[in-house]
Write a protein of this length. Structure first.
Length: 229
């Protein structure tokens, strides 16, 4: 599914050079839930941006489903993000003037699909995620956990092949965060989705199948998650 080969990302600040990723190589098979851990500045967000086609490597190759996305022109990158990727963010990124169901369907509406086609699917997702009767509520009428559930429904509506999660529990208390992580785990496993989640929280990382640790832009650990007996 994902093949990252000798990828480096270098940013230049005046005369200085910042190597955010340094010769990173890893493979993520289809259906795996990969947790990426590291402190601030470790390179985990840079890696997520590259996988999300939001940036391109300075060197190396990055393939998803056998396609080297680092060589895509801008318009093809945009289509790839729209059609193949789902995103979940720490701060939900919901529009405050839209209802829950409107937030869920907005990206697909902008892609040209009809509201009549999208609303039944979006409502079914909201119901699946415990938000029955909340579809007409705006974000300020929802709890943090409910807002993140709306965001997960939005990410899954397009039926992506790859789900990217950026600190999805970072703005939630531990109990709510645990519930959201279980929801992501169950929803993506049922759909056989590949997931890459970046986090600084060791407990959150353990919901995955595998944990890759980054430090100073390099992979310093790569281990399967131990399943409790």
């Amino acid at each position: 599914m994902i093949q990252v080969a000798n990828v480096s990302k270098v940013y230049r600040r005046g005369k200085n050079e910042v190597r955010a990723l340094d010769d990173v190589t890893l493979t993520v098979p289809r259906g795996q839930f990969l947790s990426v851990m590291g402190s601030s500045g470790s390179g985990k967000s840079t890696l997520l941006n590259l996988l999300g086609a939001l940036d391109v490597p300075t060197s190396g190759t990055l393939k998803i489903d056998g396609r080297e996305i680092s060589r895509f022109p801008d318009d093809e990158l945009s289509r790839f993000r729209r059609d193949r990727l789902g995103f979940i963010f720490q701060f939900f990124n919901l529009l405050p003037t839209l209802t829950a169901i409107e937030n869920v369907i907005l990206p697909e509406l902008l892609a040209g699909k009809s509201r009549d086609e999208l609303e039944p699917k979006a409502r079914a997702l909201l119901e699946q995620f415990g938000l029955t009767g909340r579809d007409t509520h705006r974000p300020d009428e929802l709890s943090g956990g409910q807002m993140q559930r709306v965001a997960i429904a939005r990410a899954l509506l397009s039926e992506p092949a790859l789900l990217l999660a950026d600190e999805p529990t970072g703005n939630l208390d531990s109990k709510t965060g645990g519930e959201v992580l279980r929801l992501i785990r169950e929803a993506t496993r049922a759909r056989n989705l590949t997931v890459v989640m970046v986090t600084h929280d060791a407990h959150a990382a353990e919901v995955g199948d595998r944990i890759v640790r980054l430090a100073d832009g390099r992979v310093v650990g790569d281990d399967p998650v131990r399943v409790a007996a």
